[in-house]
Each structure stands twice: as structure tokens, then as C-alpha cells.
Design a protein around this ligand. Structure first.
Ligand code: ATP
Ligand code: MG
Length: 291
């Protein structure tokens, strides 16, 4: 099944999260049957990212947003972490520092946008400024309500400069969140992940859902689409995200750049064929530059 199409929020559409099944599994019954496919996509993801890096002309920005315990870290670890770290940067956006807060909300975001040839992964993003800021009235409505257009314009600017943008909302149900919080409480190795705000923010679930619905509806554009990924099953989330990133990169029809040197000339000048033959026959190489 083509998940790029199925989970993409159509521009101008209205998202109702309670109508979307967070436990969707597609054709696979369980993780075991999906593993082969996930493995193939993550392997291909690595190859394509290497091509993007080699090409050095375009870039990819992946934005992850979710309710607490929605699986942003897991997606980075299990899917996106398979790419070559040389070409990938991960940025986590927390409560803005004093310096960040003294600038416009996109200032810190723009600095983290990917260079040509690079992938940037945002663990939270400028969308916090229409999510937590809206839910908790951190700024007045007349300020946050203008941000949707500002975000669309900002993303358009990045896209016009060669960045491809994919935005994933990892959709878990409220009961799945509680189950994950309980797992953290029960497992000492996960206690560090718990913050008091996880439980207090849970009380605002419906407000967050409304804020997410507005962001997903207003900011899923042709140039920078949002995808709502059913994420109760971590393996399904990994399958869907990896497939969508792979399909996007495949669609770029990337090619390795032409060599900047004349390969034939190098082969002749340094007698490479002879050297290889000598090495194969166990002969000691002769000549001054042949060690
Ligand atoms: P995460 O929960 O994303 O895995 P974490 O647990 O390491 O990250 P937290 O401190 O729990 O770190 O999460 C970051 C916090 O920063 C979230 O509560 C988020 O809402 C908040 N935050 C991020 N961006 C902004 C912003 N622009 N304005 C206000 N709060 C923000
Ligand atoms: Mg947290």
C-alpha cells in the first residue's frame, strides 16, 4: 500500500484526529511479518541518503511532532538513525532559551535548516509555537493565529531553495499514552524519561488535539505536506515513516555527480591495471611511486 498517499493530509483538508485509527496495521498482522519490509526500506534509506550527500545540491528536512510518548525518539533511533551520521543532523527544540526567546519564533529554526546535501531531523519544531503556545496562552491569540501563514511562507522559502520537507505527526491514542507512561514508571531504566509535565500535559489532551488539528489542516501544503502516521504500533510507525521517506527520495531521481577527474587518464598514468595484475600474482611492485 502507498502510505505517502494514504496518510498525507490533503492541502485545504480538515483533519479530525478522533476519526483516524491510531492502531492501524495495514496488511501486516504483527511486527514479525513486517520486519523484512522495514529492513528493506531502512537499507534503501541509507543508500538514498548517501546519494543526496554525494549530489550535494538538495536537502531534506524531516519534522517529527507528537503528543508526549508518541515515539519521536524511537522513530529517530530505529528508522532515521540508519542513515550515515556524516550527512545527518538531529535537533531537539525545547523551551526557548533567553536568547532564542528574544528573537522571532523562526530564528532558531532557520539556523538549523539543512545545508545542501544534508538531512536535518527536527524533534519538535516551530510547530510548538502553534501548539504549546496556543494551549497555554503563552502568547495572545492574535500572535499565534498569524503564525500558520508565517510558517507556510517560511517553509516555502526553504523549498524554493532546494529543501524537501516531510512532516510527521505520530498519532497515538490517549490510552496508548497512558500505557507507555506506565511502562516508564514500571521500568527503572526508563525513569529518566518521565517528567512531571508529561502527566500535567495529559490533562490538556483535548486542547492539544485541537491545536494539532489546526496545524495539520492549515499547514499541510503541496510543498510541505503533513502525514498523520498511526503510531500505537511502533513497528507500523517505523514501516510507514521509512516507506514515505524512501519514496520521497526516490522521486528526486538523484544521480551520483560526474567525476571531477578523468578516470581513464588516472588508470593509465598510474599504471593501475599493471599494479593490480602484479598484486594478484604476488609480484613485488617496481618503479618509484609504486609501494
Ligand atoms: P521530548 O519530550 O520531546 O522527547 P524531552 O523529554 O527531552 O523531549 P522535554 O523538556 O520534556 O524534553 O520537552 C521539551 C519541552 O519543550 C516540551 O514540553 C515542549 O512543549 C517545550 N517546547 C518546545 N518548543 C517550545 C516553544 N517554542 N515554546 C514553549 N515550549 C516549547
Ligand atoms: Mg518529554
Amino acid at each position: 500500500m502507498n502510505y505517502s498517499e494514504k496518510f498525507r493530509v490533503k492541502p485545504g483538508g480538515t483533519v479530525r484526529l478522533d476519526k483516524i485509527d491510531a492502531a492501524f496495521k495495514g496488511k501486516h498482522e504483527d511486527q514479525a511479518s513486517a520486519l523484512g519490509e522495514i529492513e528493506r526500506y531502512t537499507q534503501r534509506l541509507r543508500e538514498l541518503q548517501y546519494l543526496l550527500y554525494a549530489e550535494g545540491s538538495r536537502s531534506l528536512l524531516i519534522i517529527l511532532q507528537a503528543m508526549d510518548a508518541g515515539g519521536k525518539d524511537g522513530t529517530i533511533n530505529h528508522v532515521l538513525g540508519n542513515m550515515n551520521p556524516q550527512g545527518v543532523n538531529v535537533f531537539g527544540f525545547k523551551v526557548p532559551s533567553a536568547e532564542e526567546a528574544a528573537h522571532d519564533f523562526l530564528w532558531r529554526i532557520h539556523q538549523a535548516a539543512p545545508h545542501r546535501g544534508q538531512v536535518a531531523i527536527f524533534n519538535r519544531s516551530h510547530y510548538e509555537d502553534v501548539l504549546v503556545s496556543r494551549v497555554h496562552n503563552l502568547v495572545p491569540k492574535k500572535v499565534w493565529s498569524k503564525r500558520y501563514d508565517l510558517i507556510n511562507d517560511f517553509e516555502k522559502n526553504l523549498v524554493d531553495n532546494g529543501t524537501h520537507i516531510l512532516k510527521f505527526y505520530l498519532h497515538i491514542s490517549k490510552s496508548e499514552q497512558l500505557r507507555r507512561f506506565k511502562q516508564r514508571i514500571d521500568d527503572p531504566a526508563r525513569h529518566w524519561k518521565i517528567s512531571a509535565s508529561d502527566y500535567s500535559e495529559r490533562e490538556y489532551w483535548d486542547d492539544y488535539a485541537k491545536a494539532f488539528e489546526a496545524a495539520l489542516s492549515k499547514c499541510s501544503t503541496a510543498h510541505a505536506p503533513w502525514f498523520v502516521i498511526p503510531a500505537n504500533h511502533k513497528w507500523f510507525r517505523n514501516l510507514a515513516v521509512s516507506q514515505i521517506v524512501v519514496e520521497t527520495l526516490e522521486s528526486l531521481k538523484m544521480e551520483f555527480p560526474k567525476p571531477t577527474v578523468d578516470i581513464k587518464e588516472i588508470r593509465q598514468k598510474y599504471h593501475l591495471a599493471e599494479q593490480e595484475e602484479d598484486a594478484k600474482n604476488g609480484k613485488k611492485p617496481k618503479g618509484k611511486n609504486r609501494k
